[in-house]
Design a protein around this ligand. Structure first.
Ligand code: GDP
Ligand code: MG
Length: 167
């Protein structure tokens, strides 16, 4: 079985767009496996980068309730995705900047994963300000933030060079 890369993050940061970009070599949209989660499905798609094959998981179920705390069943869903993953990509929104939910999720990831296997993708950084937008996400405590634009494809290659390294 192929190693799993899980893309996590709060809603609307661009997780699904990033997953489509990462799995872009497979335009047939073939889905390896669908697992019915507790709240939503996790979608597994094949990807390849630098000759390394993997499956990328779009964790649609990683959402928060109105009190900005993980609902227990969603925490379980997140844990399943994170525990089975070799690499976790935390996707955040560079145009909005650091959000309290990003901080909560980052501290969750620092507790539940090996820090060395988490990469911060700062999405929506297609403008010239991308690198300065990304810099403030050092505050998540998960190492270097990578500015990307999932829509345009900029920066995603540099991100993927790092992501496939531990696979
Ligand atoms: P998800 O909820 O995290 O899966 O986010 P989606 O992939 O559904 O994207 C949420 C919104 O952000 C959509 O309107 C996307 O078109 C937009 N979006 C995604 N990636 C980018 C990007 O790189 N740049 C910009 N400007 N918008 C993006
Ligand atoms: Mg989505």
């Amino acid at each position: 079985t192929l190693p799993i890369v899980a893309v996590v993050g709060r809603p609307n940061v661009g997780k699904s767009t990033l997953v489509n970009r990462i799995a872009g070599a497979f335009h047939d949209g073939s889905i390896v496996e669908n697992v019915v989660g507790i709240t939503r499905d996790r979608t597994y798609r094949p990807g390849v980068w630098n000759g390394r094959n993997f499956q990328v998981v779009d964790t649609g179920g990683l959402v928060f309730d109105d009190q900005s705390t993980f609902m227990p069943e969603i925490r379980t869903q997140a844990l399943i995705a994170i525990r089975e993953a070799v690499v976790v990509v935390l996707c955040v929104d560079g145009r909005e900047g650091v959000n309290p939910l990003d901080l909560e999720l980052a501290s969750f990831l620092r507790r539940e994963t090996k820090k060395s296997s988490v990469f911060v993708a700062v999405n929506k950084c297609e403008s010239d300000a991308g690198f300065s937008q990304a810099a403030e996400f050092w505050s998540l405590g998960l190492g270097e933030p990578y500015p990307v634009s999932a829509i345009h494809g900029s920066g995603t290659g540099d991100l993927m060079d790092m992501v496939v390294e531990p696979l």
